[in-house]
Design a binder for this molecule. Structure first.
Ligand code: ATP
Ligand code: MG
Ligand code: MG
Length: 547
């Protein structure tokens, strides 16, 4: 694969290493455990872990769990599973909540420096005093409290002496700053909520800006990479590190990934799950890592996609067919080719004796010489696809027609002798004969055919349910829509098709990928059983998108 040029964060890292600013780099991936990871997170994972791999550094997995209300251990487990599945290992598993004591100490340090105060104003008052981007804000009387009084009340807050919403701790920075986030931001609030790790130990919790950069610093993170919406937070990030005199982690921002025909926000994805638009976080239509996995995506295809879209400084919308390109490309190399008929037409091969079974040897994957071959039973009664026969066929139709020949994949050439119809004139069966000495691999018949079609034995096929997916949303740019995003849901995003599969698929396993010949790539679904085989269509053989 060809070398791509460095992206701007790699350039920063190389310059820092060259200047001797750090001996080695340490990055982090900091998910909030309030949902399952999606393909946008994959971009951040590939970036953070990729930087560490490329420059011989390491990456921490840090759960950004400072909001007790929305977080849950179920999400922690799924996140760890997804990061590992993508192919990455973290050096440390940390939790921002492990730093609650340290962060509390930092808050007292700010108070002691005269840089934080307890404010008892209502949120309306605070909002009004804050001003607007064009008008400076102003301080209130609470900002004049003494250090001792601030310490005393802040400790009372910690000890549960004050009700939720009655007061907050604010950093004392600059009410006239052009950056609204610098206008004495709230850094601690009271919340009598049970935390998934610290239980009921705390009833005050730090705000994002009081926790994130400080957590980076506690871990000695050298390059803290986040998405563009945090650009205005950088000034505050640096202010805390400077005033607290702690390790100077640096924040860098890149554009978040947006994909066409989907949403990329845990809040919205959660709504789709809770309101039953999809079967769960891992529904194969979801842009979650677990959904993509169940759909049949490979970790490599996701990593290659993330690498290809690059790291930009401007938000953009990536065409989902690019993601499909990468999975198709990978599956073409690794998928086992098998035969599944979806719309069967019975063919009786009249010169095969009743009860006779002929085993045909079929290569598992012509793209991979180590993939071996398997036996597929051919007998007197088989199914082919209805559309592979045409009674009034145009000249260029190289499949089966009355009096015409076609090759059955891995088996014989057959010739169509008779067309049988029902009372409505619909074709219900073909009578054909196979041509002697025309078996694949040992064909000496001299008969030339242009078409090769797939087939299954009527008696030996196994039934399977095929789940075929379409876009989850009808509109390309879902987030540009002004109304409720749920208006744009495609109600026909799942189609269930009956499949007639060759018998080898009884042994199908989930770690294997399949190409249903002339149809698409499929993977066994999580809910598949030996009694009921279920396959998910990952993607078609060709980009059928603009058809
Ligand atoms: P969401 O809006 O989906 O809830 P988030 O940013 O709140 O996303 P976090 O759990 O905080 O979710 O994200 C963990 C990391 O993944 C952060 O560093 C975040 O910037 C990054 N990330 C999240 N979404 C994207 C995306 N669409 N593209 C790139 N990086 C993303
Ligand atoms: Mg976040
Ligand atoms: Mg979020």
């Amino acid at each position: 694969e060809k070398e791509r040029s460095l992206h701007f964060i790699e350039e920063i890292v190389e310059a820092d290493l060259k200047a001797g600013k750090h001996e080695s780099i340490l990055t982090r991936f900091p998910p909030e455990p309030n949902g399952y990871l999606h393909i946008g997170h994959a971009k951040s994972i590939v970036l953070n872990f990729g930087l560490a791999q490329k420059y011989g550094g390491a990456t921490n997995l840090r759960f950004d769990d400072t909001n007790p209300v929305t977080e849950d251990t179920e999400y922690v487990d799924s996140i760890k599973n997804d990061v590992k599945w993508l192919g990455y290992n973290w050096v440390n598993e940390f939790y921002a909540s492990d730093y609650f004591d340290t962060l509390y100490g930092y808050a007292e340090k700010l108070i002691n420096k005269g840089l934080a105060y307890v404010d008892e104003s209502s949120s309306e008052e605070m909002a009004e005093q804050k001003g607007t981007p064009t008008e400076p804000g102003r301080r209130n009387k609470f900002s004049e409290r003494s250090i001792e009084e601030n310490l005393r009340i802040f400790r009372e807050m910690r000890d549960g002496k004050h009700p939720e919403g009655s007061m907050v701790l604010r950093a004392k920075i600059d009410m006239k700053s052009s950056n609204m986030l610098m206008r004495d931001p709230i850094i601690y609030r009271i919340k009598f909520a049970h935390h998934h790790r610290t239980g009921d130990k705390w009833c005050i919790y730090p705000m994002y800006d009081m926790a994130h950069g400080q957590s980076d610093s506690i871990e000695n993170i050298t390059h803290s990479v986040c998405t563009l919406e945090f650009v205005p937070h950088r000034e505050l990030y640096d202010w805390f590190i400077d005033k607290l005199e702690i390790f100077p982690s640096k924040q860098y921002e890149f554009a978040r990934l947006n994909l066409t025909y989907t949403v990329m926000s845990k809040r919205k994805l959660k709504l789709l799950v809770e309101e039953g638009f999809v079967s769960g976080w891992d529904d194969p239509r979801m842009p979650t890592i677990s959904g993509l996995r169940r759909r049949g995506y490979t970790p490599k295809s996701i990593r290659d996609f993330c690498d290809r879209i690059g790291i930009a400084k401007r938000d953009n919308l990536i065409d989902v067919s690019l993601l499909e390109f990468f999975i198709r490309d990978h599956l073409n190399k690794i998928a086992e080719r098998v035969m599944v008929v979806t719309d069967p037409l019975k063919v009786t091969v009249t010169n095969v004796p009743e009860g006779h079974i002929e085993e045909c040897i079929i290569d598992n994957n012509p793209e991979d010489e180590n993939s071996g071959s398997r036996l597929v039973p051919f007998d007197r009664e088989i199914y082919i696809e209805k559309e592979d026969f045409l009674e009034d066929a145009p000249k260029k139709f190289f499949r089966l027609k009355p009096g015409g020949v076609v090759r059955l994949k891995g088996a014989y050439i057959i010739e169509c002798d008779e067309v049988i119809k029902d009372e409505n004139g619909e074709v219900i069966e073909l009578k054909c004969h196979y041509i002697e000495n025309s078996k694949s691999g040992q064909d000496t018949s001299g008969v030339r055919t242009k078409g090769v079609i797939h087939w299954v034995s009527q008696k030996h096929h196994v039934p399977a349910e095929l789940r075929v997916y379409d876009r989850l949303f009808k509109e390309e740019n879902v987030s540009a829509y002004e109304g409720d995003f749920k208006d744009l849901i495609n109600e026909n995003s799942l189609e269930i098709i009956k499949g007639y599969a060759e018998p080898s698929l009884k042994e199908a396993t989930q770690d294997k990928k399949y190409q249903f010949m002339r149809n698409g790539y499929y993977v066994l679904d999580d809910n598949s059983t030996t009694e009921k085989l279920i396959f998910n269509k990952t993607v078609g053989l060709k980009d059928s998108w603009n058809k």
